[in-house]
Design a binder for this molecule. Structure first.
Ligand SMILES: *Cc1c(COP(=O)(O)O)cnc(C)c1O
Length: 231
């Protein structure tokens, strides 16, 4: 059970990990000549228990990322009841049998990557009367084990999402290959977004979010630099 706190905005307590990352985000935005607040921090809370998230909520963070629908469903309804204004992002793969729950739970699904899931999201969103914002995951490194649309197929996929499903596609997301220089992938994602008229770029994690900000990230997904190493 999570303790209720009626006046969290009055006794906001700083969280060192969060404050450190937020300061680095702001400094990287400034260094890139970008407006303060133009980069949004998605605190990746996967694997951390609700009790470990409370200090970060108490420090004022409201945007979080989870990579599994079931784990999010176990943690977030109670945290949401406790803290207003939560914006929850799905940053892991979505299976058809989890789409209904994902549409109910998440504000942003960052991992749209195939037509079958698009059809299911459109159907469930119509039934629920609400549709999360959608980002398309792009497999910029063309890695066989990784989800995402390959760059060569992206323009066509975006067009079909808009024309055939009327889905609210608002941005692109990528996870560069672990062993490669991420900036090439960030530059490519920015180029793909610009030519498709998409304003949001989710790219950059603990190891490389400052580079991603230099290449135009609007959303950085940062876990371990805030919460510590995952067990
Ligand atoms: C876990 C995860 C992150 C955060 O990774 P850190 O290195 O802990 O910052 C970001 N994006 C995705 C898709 C993830 O699965």
């Amino acid at each position: 059970m999570i303790a209720q706190n009626d006046c969290e905005w009055h006794d906001m307590t700083s969280h060192p990990g969060l404050a450190g990352v937020q300061a680095r985000v702001d400094a990287a935005a400034k260094a890139a000549g970008r407006a303060p607040g133009s980069v949004r921090l998605v605190a990746v809370s996967k694997t951390f228990a609700a009790t470990e998230l409370v200090p970060v909520l108490n420090a004022g963070q409201r945007r979080f990322g989870e990579n599994r629908v079931q784990e999010a469903d176990e943690k977030w309804p109670e945290l949401r009841a406790r803290s207003a204004g939560i914006e929850l992002h799905l940053i892991g793969p979505l299976q058809s049998n989890k789409v209904r729950r994902a549409v109910a739970l998440f504000d942003v699904i960052e991992t749209l990557d195939r037509e079958k899931i698009a059809a299911a999201i459109a159907r469930e969103a119509a039934a629920a009367g609400r549709c999360p914002a959608l980002f398309i995951q792009v497999n910029t490194g063309e890695e066989p084990q990784k989800a995402g649309i390959v760059s060569a197929d992206l323009d066509d996929f975006v067009a079909r999402m808009r024309r055939d499903y009327q889905l609210p596609v608002q941005g692109l997301m990528c996870i560069p290959p672990a062993q490669e220089e991420p900036s090439l992938h960030f530059a490519q994602l920015a180029k793909l977004a610009a030519r498709n008229g998409l304003d949001n770029l989710s790219m950059g994690m603990s190891a490389d979010f400052e580079v991603a900000i230099a290449f135009g990230a609007t959303h950085v997904r940062v876990g371990s630099a805030i919460f510590g190493a995952r067990g």
